[in-house]
Design a protein around this ligand. Structure first.
Ligand SMILES: [Zn+2]
Length: 499
């Protein structure tokens, strides 16, 4: 029984989280696809990424399942709040022996420090939890390091020279799924290979039954491998297209791409039709130059346009461009709440009570009583109904808080969260406004326009209902192919914090 780490949130004790055992069994995950996986890799630091296809992972044997079942302690690395309200980043180590798990945790901390220093991560750090899942390998290091003939017996089967490509660092994606789902709510999964050799991979067409999109791999100890991870999260969280191309792909003739940073339209047409990144056109972008529509991107040298000349979606080591940052923030808020009520719902909210919410960085709060704003409480996270003007007339009054992302990094009004948390006598009710979406138990970014309701159905429990839900999608008009993203259950339950 190894013990690691000291969770400073929610454990009630020091020691490791052990989600893998002792909690109710989940429904058996849907089987993972056996078709080949599209995989992206990086020939070198500063190089344009490339794509290839790698064979699908073999189904796990009974012995492998038993091994994984007995392994995989879940260790908190960064804790900012309950898993249901935060974007949970799950690192899984490969090529670390039983005695090297502390090294793995140190590598996770170092890697997350570098990823989260990149904008917009740096401005939204409070939205993220980070977990380490300890996968114990028999041998230290991974296959293909240092040479193609090197073979190591590791928990996840990580290997350089995948498909004959030295820098392509592949992993057994079925084993990754088995380890990742030991964490409570994996939103982003990163496999760190215990290696100083440059390499990585992005499996962008994997949709996990556990709720994450894609798997990124990177070596633990190469100075530039964090850039691989940042680029890959541009796909998995930002739903961004690659902004590089292959000359041999020629002119694009397909439908308008669904990704927010790729279009068949020139800058004038984007502006005239108010499509995609038109709000940013003409502005100076942090990756250099001015936002416009530059031909080349989405693998085609002609017929598709990208917002800037050279963002991180084209070249590692660069910044996200302005539309890319906005898309990343939208992705953060698809997984993490912008405002979370901390006031318990298991007793009535009295007139003299304190009502408290937690708000993410850069979020503006507006309180209202029966629909009228109480301006004296702007951006307050703790209020009292009496101080907001709730009269002592014995009636039920509606106390609401509305949250908006007020940062300059967001221009799309659909991402100005028009969601509210409403405190009623005897319970809590959250409503999504037009175009807004309420997540549980706080408020999240809009994904599919439509009515949402979160209703306090029982003590401490919120039932989330979204009529006609078809799954999360980017907040832009879509054209086929629709991205493979996990369907959100039409009805799910979750506990309110503090309940
Ligand atoms: Zn890419």
């Amino acid at each position: 029984m190894r013990r690691h780490g000291t969770g400073r949130y929610g454990t009630g004790r020091h020691g490791s989280f052990r989600y893998g055992r002792g909690r109710p069994a989940r429904p058996r995950a849907a089987s993972v696809s056996r078709r080949p996986s599209a995989s992206e890799y990086f020939p070198g630091p500063g190089a344009h990424p490339r794509h290839t296809e790698v064979p699908a992972a073999e189904p796990l044997s009974a012995r492998e399942r038993a091994t994984i079942k007995a392994d995989g302690d879940v260790v908190p690395i960064v804790q900012t709040g309950p898993t249901g309200t935060k974007l949970d980043v799950v690192f899984i180590g490969d090529g670390y022996t039983a005695s090297q798990q502390e090294d793995f945790h140190a590598d996770v901390r170092a890697k997350w420090a570098k990823v989260s220093a990149v904008e917009p991560y740096a401005s939204y750090k409070s939205l993220f939890n980070v977990w380490a899942v300890d996968a114990v390998s028999r041998q230290s290091g991974v296959s293909g390091d240092p040479v193609s003939g090197t073979v190591k017996d590791t928990a996840l089967g990580s290997a350089f020279y995948c498909d004959g490509i030295e820098r392509l660092l592949c992993v057994d994606t079925n084993k990754v799924e088995s380890y990742a789902k030991k964490a409570a709510d994996p939103d982003l999964v990163i496999v760190l290979a215990n290696s100083a050799k440059y390499g990585g991979a992005g499996y962008n067409d994997i949709t996990s039954p556990s709720g994450y999109d894609g798997i990124a791999t990177a070596s633990s100890d190469h100075a530039h491998s964090d850039q691989v991870l940042v680029h890959e999260t541009g796909h998995s969280l930002g739903k961004l297209a690659d902004e590089y191309w292959y000359d041999e792909y020629g002119t694009y003739t397909g439908a308008e791409p669904w990704e927010s940073n790729s279009s068949k339209l020139t800058a004038d047409r984007l502006t005239a039709l108010k499509k995609k990144w038109y709000r940013w056109i003409g502005r100076t972008s942090p990756d250099g130059g001015t936002v416009g529509a530059y031909e080349g991107g989405g693998y085609h040298p002609r017929g598709l346009y990208r917002p800037t000349t050279n963002s991180i979606m084209r070249t590692l080591g660069r910044e996200f461009n302005l539309p890319g940052r906005e898309a990343m923030i939208a992705g953060f808020h698809r997984h993490a709440s912008v405002v979370t009520p901390l006031t318990s719902t298991d007793s009535p909210v009295r007139r003299d009570a304190k009502v408290t919410v937690e708000a993410a960085d850069g979020i503006r709060l507006r309180w209202s009583v029966d629909g009228r704003e109480a301006k004296q409480a702007r951006d307050d996270t703790t209020v009292s109904p009496r101080a907001l003007g709730v009269p002592a007339d014995g009636r039920t009054h509606k106390l609401s808080v509305h949250a908006t992302d007020g940062t300059a990094a967001v221009r799309d009004p659909e991402l100005k969260f028009r969601c509210s948390a409403t405190f009623l006598r005897g319970g809590f009710r959250a409503d999504g406004g037009a175009g807004g979406v309420t997540g549980a138990p706080g408020c999240r970014a809009p994904s599919v326009p439509g009515p949402w309701a979160a209703v306090c159905a029982a003590r401490g429990t919120v039932a989330l209902q979204r009529p006609g839900a078809v799954g999360d999608r980017p907040p832009y008009p879509l054209s086929p192919p629709v991205p493979a993203v996990p369907a959100v259950p039409a009805v799910r339950t979750c506990s309110l914090p503090g309940a």
